[in-house]
Design a protein around this ligand. Structure first.
Ligand SMILES: [Fe+2]
Length: 180
């Protein structure tokens, strides 16, 4: 289950209802899928063949289509990142820049962990959303954020798009942002 850390106060928010209501106030969609639907062999696998990627997408097909139907996503794919990913460090450096895009950013974590750092309302400031398998998040369009991995440096996630061009990152230069 996702957990929140508010950067200015170090306050942590946990428990599904608390996390959900905090994210709702910040206009961030948060839902949950059952990651136990995946065969055990795929729950901790981060180097995936095309067949295995398809198997994961097939496992969550009804959840994906339900979300897409409600929110207008037209295409989706699956990404896997781990230390086996070529140039992972460079990739993460690129990821770890605050940015915005004109389309929302949807990720459904099917294995591993990841973290979104999001610029919240004035009174809250930046907060972290720590995600694990089963967590589904959508960062709204034009909301400053970035994504990175957690200590285990492993994730598999479904990405959903309205238009594949819509989520091209625009740098968001924010002098008030402090890296943790
Ligand atoms: Fe983004």
């Amino acid at each position: 289950m996702a957990e929140i850390r508010i950067r200015n106060t170090n306050e942590r928010i946990s428990g599904e209802e608390n996390v959900k209501s905090f994210l709702e106030q910040q206009e961030v969609l948060y839902e949950h899928w059952n990651p136990g639907q995946l065969p055990a062999s795929l729950q901790e696998k981060f180097i995936l063949s095309d067949e295995e990627k398809q198997q994961i997408l097939d496992t969550f097909d009804s959840e994906i289509r339900d979300l897409a139907g409600r929110r207008g996503y037209k295409t989706w794919d699956l990404i896997a990142l781990s230390d086996a990913t070529p140039n992972l460090n460079e990739l993460l450096k690129k990821f770890e820049q605050v940015h915005t895009h004109t389309e929302d950013e949807v990720r459904a974590i099917t294995a591993g962990k990841g973290i979104f750092i999001i610029k919240g309302s004035e009174d809250v400031g930046y907060f972290d959303v720590e995600l694990e398998a089963g967590d589904v998040i959508s960062v709204p369009e034009n909301k400053a954020h970035f994504f990175t991995l957690m200590e285990n440096r492993k994730i598999v996630a479904v990405r959903l798009f309205i238009e594949t061009e819509g989520w091209i990152a625009h740098p968001y230069d924010d002098p008030s942002f402090q890296k943790a």
